[in-house]
Design a binder for this molecule. Structure first.
Ligand code: SAM
Length: 349
């Protein structure tokens, strides 16, 4: 006697929860809206590589806003709950608020943006009006000497802080501030940053320096571990752990014992979180990547531009996700760190 079919066997494919080869669902989508940036952070887009002659993508290669919105809708139908726009620097893409308006009209999507903050003062109100919920702002130090040596374009701290204030005033809250910690560059800024943002009530998150891309000269010795960061802060401002908001939350949460707020640490190097990674990425030119450290993407743009139906594109994404086995951060060694990986500005940080 043959076994009775399970209810799922008869369900339309799109209603079956999508899981990759390691059982991980698809929940978050990061979209890089431009591979360009007005900063040249030494750990991301170093000047020596991303100089005047660097061949950034041409306009026609970029996904249009309509194409991005269509992709987002298809991903929403596949179970995505959150979309983060990133880059490069997303706010250097002209009229980004038009894209925000298109995406915020898609029901069921939590929409957010990561920015270096340089254009936030100008843009915060328009982004909020277009439907953006909140922002994460990257800032690596509070003193100009350190910050400028990291952004490498002499961009002053005060302008980013002004951008953060504008975002708060516009209601793009809660604001998260992301600080990449690189040994010898800004670890002396850990405590000043913690003190400052604790007072302001914004959530500061420390990111371990990662071996993304192939241009930032990464060495394990340059990584300040999340453990070391937590211990440094705890000695002055006692901390206690907080439960994650949801399974797969990337930042480990800690709160000040006196109730004055919380911080996060993103230990992508020393405590890999691949096993809970539910994130897909779309590069600026419409390739689907299933890991920040991937070496190859899957071309969705040619489907979009070649007349494929939503169902066909959905099937292509399903196929890629079902075969996904990535777990780079769990197997990182000195050999893997020299692999030719995709640059973060293109794949989306
Ligand atoms: N331009 C935007 C920004 O500055 O937030 C968005 C793109 S940026 C690539 C996204 C985030 O990735 C930033 O917080 C940045 O500091 C972080 N990032 C870039 N390179 C990194 C690296 N090698 N290790 C850890 N984080 C990195």
């Amino acid at each position: 006697m043959s076994a009775a079919p399970t209810p799922l066997a008869n369900a339309p494919q799109r209603l079956v929860a999508l899981r990759d080869a390691r059982g991980r669902p698809l929940r978050d989508l990061r979209i890089s809206v431009t591979d360009r940036c007005n900063f040249r952070c030494v750990y991301c887009m170093p000047k020596e590589v991303f100089g005047k002659d660097y061949a950034f993508l041409e306009r026609k290669e970029l996904l249009s806003f309509e194409e991005i919105a269509r992709i987002a809708r298809i991903f929403r139908d596949l179970g995505i709950e959150k979309v983060r726009l990133t880059g490069g620097e997303p706010l250097v893409r002209r009229n980004l608020e038009h894209l925000i308006a298109m995406l915020s009209s898609i029901p069921g999507l939590d929409l957010t943006l990561t920015t270096n903050g340089s254009n936030l003062t100008k843009k915060a109100a328009a982004l909020k009006a277009a439907g953006l919920k909140r922002v994460s702002v990257s800032l690596d130090a509070l003193d100009d000497t350190t910050f400028m040596s990291m952004n490498d374009v002499d961009f002053p701290v005060a302008k980013v802080l002004e951008g953060i204030d504008s975002a708060a005033a516009a209601g793009l809250q809660p604001i998260k501030v992301n600080m990449v910690v690189k040994r010898g560059a800004n670890e002396h800024s850990i405590l000043p940053m913690a003190r400052f943002f604790r007072e302001r009530g914004h959530i500061l998150r420390f990111i371990e320096f990662m071996d993304v891309g192939a241009t930032n000269g990464w060495r394990m010795d340059d990584v300040v571990s999340a453990r070391e960061i937590v211990e440094t802060i705890d000695r002055e401002m006692p901390l206690e752990p907080v439960d994650p908001n949801y399974t797969g939350e990337v930042a480990e949460r800690w709160r000040y014992r006196d109730g004055s707020g919380e911080i996060g640490v993103i230990a992508s190097v020393t405590q890999a979180f691949c096993k809970d990674c539910t994130r897909a990425r779309i590069s600026t030119d419409g390739k689907l990547y299933t890991c920040l450290f991937a070496t190859e993407g899957h071309d969705l743009r040619s489907l979009l531009r070649g007349g494929a139906s939503d169902e066909e594109i959905e099937a292509a994404i399903r196929d890629v996700w079902c075969r996904r086995t990535d777990h780079y951060s769990e197997i990182r060694t000195s050999q893997t760190t020299v692999l030719k990986k995709i640059e973060m500005s293109y794949i989306g940080g």
